[in-house]
Ligand binder design. Sequence first.
Ligand SMILES: [Mg+2]
Length: 381
Amino acid sequence: GVLFDVDGVLLRGGSVLPAAQRALRKLVDKDNHFLLPVVFLTNAGSCQRHHKARQLSHLLEVQVTPEQVVLSHSPLQMMTGFHQKCVLVSGQGPVTDIAKSLGFQKVVTMEQLSEQHPLLDMVDHNRKARVQSSPQSLPRIEAIILFGEPIRWETNLQLLLDVLLTDGSPAAAYHLQSPLQLPVLACNMDLVWMADAPSPRFGHGMFLLCLESIYKKLAGRELEYAALLGKPSLLTYQYAEHQLRLQNHNHTLSTIYTVGDNLMTDIYGANLYNRYLARQHAMTTSTKAVAQGIGSLVKTEAEQLVSSAAQCRSILVCTGVYKPHPPLPHHDRSSTIAEAMSCGHRDQVLEPELVEPHHVVEDVEAAVDLLLQENSVTFQP
Ligand SMILES: [Mg+2]
């Protein structure tokens, strides 16, 4: 099976990389059906799976189904323990629809919260005079879902802090001594991502960095996450493997290839998953290993995704975030790794070994050639 990252591998901004169409043509039959299980694994999350599938089908000129798309928030579908809680959602795009499609029943948006509590959002001087009476009172917030980078950072940072420091009732004054923190589920830790501009752009990880540091400054302790989702989290790879296996008529996959452009996201995640698979195969009580890795996983749900692949191989392409600095003597290589690790999330364990790809190739076509060549004995189109 193959897990393709999207931005920087298949697309750059809104346009298709020429190598992407050539690469995918090698993976489909004459009827445009994929010859092997393929999942598009992206940390994007401001849309629903069927929208992404339609966009990819159109741009890549192959038939991509919603089941072949894993977005950063897709594994939330498995976290049923949160589905009945009243959740505050942050991000852009149709966040309420996304939350509902994942199974969340009681959803409050930042706009609703701001309308309900007009005295909280005071940064924009042009907006702070507009005090309105609130139509109805909102229930207490029981959990926070951070889908992706919002548009008005100052509003979201302020309101998120208010909700966190009042235990879900932002009309109240802060009670900083509270020993408990509301559960925070965050999707997409990418600090930066590659669009059309010559240098990388702010990603959701940059927003999380702001939130973590403001929270620490005011609360005097670290912000804790109930779960971190999207690459490189283990739960995301378990979920993606589950999707690959469904395409494989529930048969076990021997090798999963991952193709990506970001060392701290795609390569780190694939290598972490590969390490997890190796440990799992070495252990008799496989599900006990589920909690390894970054982020705290909700065990009961993760156990539904018991993985079975023998290995996960990471392929790095040079068409996105990663830029090789040729020629590459040893000390330069380590500085590239140090540079990449500085872009990781606070909760990522910094191990140089996890950001070493199994292969580095020019583009996604070279990646597909490589995996087809490696599997020429077992896989015949
Ligand atoms: Mg990418």
